[in-house]
Write a protein that binds this ligand. Sequence first.
Ligand SMILES: NC(=O)C1=CN([C@@H]2O[C@H](COP(=O)(O)OP(=O)(O)OC[C@H]3O[C@@H](n4cnc5c(N)ncnc54)[C@H](O)[C@@H]3O)[C@@H](O)[C@H]2O)[C@@H](O)CC1
Ligand SMILES: [K+]
Length: 499
Amino acid sequence: MEILTSAEMGRTDRRAIAKGPYDGYGLMRNAGASVVDEILARFAEVHGVDVLCGPGNNGGDGYVVARLLHERGLDVRVFASAPPRQGSDAALAARDCSVRPEPLSVFRATRERLVVDALFGAGLSKEIGGPEAEAIGSTQAAGCPVVAVDLPSGVSGDSGAILGAAFSATLTVTFFRAKPGHFLYPGRERCGAIVVADIGIAPTVIEGAGIKLWENGPHVWRSDFPSPSSQMHKYTRGHVAVFSGGASATGAARLSARAVARIGAGAVTMLSPSSALLVNAAHLTSIMLQRADTLADVETFVANRRPAAALLGPGFGVGETARLFALFLLGRRKGDLKGVVLDADAITSFAEEPRSLLERMVDGEMPELVLTPHAAEFERLFPDIAADRSLSKVERARAAALQASAVVLLKGADTVVAAPDGRAVINANGTPYLATAGSGDVLAGIIAGLIAQSMPVFEAAAAATWLHAEAGRLFGPGLIAEDLPELLPEVLSGLLGAS
Ligand SMILES: NC(=O)C1=CN([C@@H]2O[C@H](COP(=O)(O)OP(=O)(O)OC[C@H]3O[C@@H](n4cnc5c(N)ncnc54)[C@H](O)[C@@H]3O)[C@@H](O)[C@H]2O)[C@@H](O)CC1
Ligand SMILES: [K+]
């Protein structure tokens, strides 16, 4: 489940070759064979295949595919953009392929034939132009199925960015492990279905290689996931403070509070300004309500009731009060308050003076901080990182996490969660139905609820992202944010086993 950058994959290939049993050409033959297996399984009705080969090892994989399909009696044509470098594995693969290559410039896609894209993979180093761009255009116009070898050519394996132009594949077969570009947009939508094929590289080859990026899923955080024991009472199951906005903006915090409760925290207190007490009281049942207008009110509450986690931001309003409350919470000791989740308005409140937030960590004894920005909020808090177009979404989240000594959850269809120590996950189980008002408030509540139950913060944020997306998928069309907390029990049953 690790995700490897191009450089990490290159090192892995070299290490695997050094360890054996496969040499470079052996791995290439396995790679080509795995692509052929997928083609035969999924495109049984196709009789004509056009294999487009680039000059590097991605093209080498293409020659293997062409040879194997030709040996099975399919009508195969090969179009090469340039010959492989002499002495390379790709040159061996081209030598062993009896289909004579034609120049890429004569290639015209037709609707009936399958295109195998083996122009560029991990080695894509500049914008695509010339005959390669024309081949992409012709394929797109024909609307024929496309199987991409390793990556759709034009998609950066490291960032998912499109360099000039890119194929839109029906299927992408990649090798050993997925790459960031398979999960990060816009690359992700160019990949079609993704198959990660075993090409004979032992998983032990990456042990000790310092891989710190994973596809998000229970394998990353399941062992830290809370499960209540019979000795617990409600406060040892975690008490969360959720801050409400004013009288006309209380819904967001109530959505958060509901999610905190549903994810298993033992108790939730809504801290509400006087102006909103009646509105909140009218809508809350098991969730406790406490008046909190001033910092003194919050101080008294925290001292007396000692919440394990706090969530500030949803519907709260942007301004001085949010900054004051946030900095007070972050100034506690970790022994008293495990973590603080700052979302939405609480993030925007620091846009004018981010330093007070980003430099708050004076020692490791302070509460952990989780920031949950969407792209615009991220840009407000981390303008320099957001402006650096050379960084992938994973690198942006990591840089921000390091700068803020916080777990940063950078939202989107490809949400990334990063920790200050460089660990990161990309989430891939989302659904477009999650893009609905209040969805983020629920997510923030799930995170706070898990932190209160003593889950480490990075794992809590990653787990919350995955559970939230599972709930969204479970509901499907017609989803509104109110549905999400109510679906958590079913998602949790699936995760924990209904016992
Ligand atoms: N032993 C290995 O290392 C293995 C590698 N494999 C394949 O090898 C691929 C990586 O091979 P390479 O590192 O040779 O890289 P690629 O084959 O992806 O591309 C490198 C070549 O393309 C040229 N190039 C890059 N961008 C270009 C552009 N925009 N326009 C024109 N030319 C451009 C480069 O100058 C270089 O000649 C993987 O994606 C995978 O498909 C697999 O065969 C498995 C084993
Ligand atoms: K490719």
